[in-house]
Ligand binder design. Structure first.
Ligand code: GRF
Length: 209
């Protein structure tokens, strides 16, 4: 599920073409027409759908159609990649533990928008991104993986955002692969990785490389 540029989507599309990758991208669904992400999906030969949220009277009726399109495409797992709508508890329950999201901060720090400017204003020395299972509260939920990057002297929100985005592109395909391969399980609201230390290490992604 996307709303725009789709650079994380691009990372997932590329990962999915690698031999042995445990997920296939069955549908790219956008709530906004004519965004770059849709062109990326089309270029990769992946089916696309546009479900404009503005066409619906309320969130629930929008989400019912979204859910139906995902089911029709045979999706068993949903990855939000720059999807800029808050989903309702109904959607979260419908896709419980099969709905993941990427957020540009080291959660639980800086949920919400403008994370890079807020991280700079707070003076943190480390910033990064998080892939997590979606729960009712926005930008909360069991953490699947995180990647940290340094905050450097003189950073602007734009410079920091570029550094984090590069980490997002490394992190998201790894997290999606573990979930798709059934190598994650929940212990309460904590994610355990089957495969132990090796799988855990894959999900603390180094800043470079
Ligand atoms: C990313 O920073 C993602 O973490 C956030 O929205 C941005 C989307 O970028 N949720 P892109 O569309 O994947 O390029």
């Amino acid at each position: 599920m996307i709303s725009g540029r789709g650079s994380n989507l691009q990372a997932l599309l590329e990962a999915a073409t690698r031999p042995g990758y445990p997920a296939e991208i069955g549908l790219v669904l956008s709530n906004v027409a004519e965004v770059e992400g849709l062109a990326r999906a089309a270029a990769a030969g992946v089916e696309t759908a546009v479900v404009p949220h503005r066409d619906f009277a309320d969130r629930r009726s929008f989400e019912k159609v979204v859910s139906m399109r995902l089911e029709e495409a045979g999706c068993s797992l949903v990855a939000q990649a720059g999807f800029m709508r808050v989903v309702t508890p109904w959607f979260v329950a419908r896709w419980r533990d099969r709905l993941i999201n990427i957020h540009p901060s080291l959660l639980p720090a800086f949920p919400g928008l403008d994370t890079h400017a807020r991280a700079l204003a707070a003076g943190v020395r480390l910033h990064g991104c998080t892939v997590h299972f979606v729960r009712d509260e926005v930008d909360q939920g069991p953490i699947i993986g995180q990647a940290a990057v340094p905050v450097l002297p003189g950073d602007t929100p734009e410079a920091l955002s570029r550094r984090v985005l590069a980490a997002e592109h490394r992190l998201y395909p790894r997290c999606l692969a573990l979930v798709a391969a059934g190598r994650t399980r929940l212990d309460g609201e904590r994610v355990l990785h089957d495969g132990g230390a090796e799988a855990d290490a894959q999900l603390i992604v180094p800043a470079e490389g």
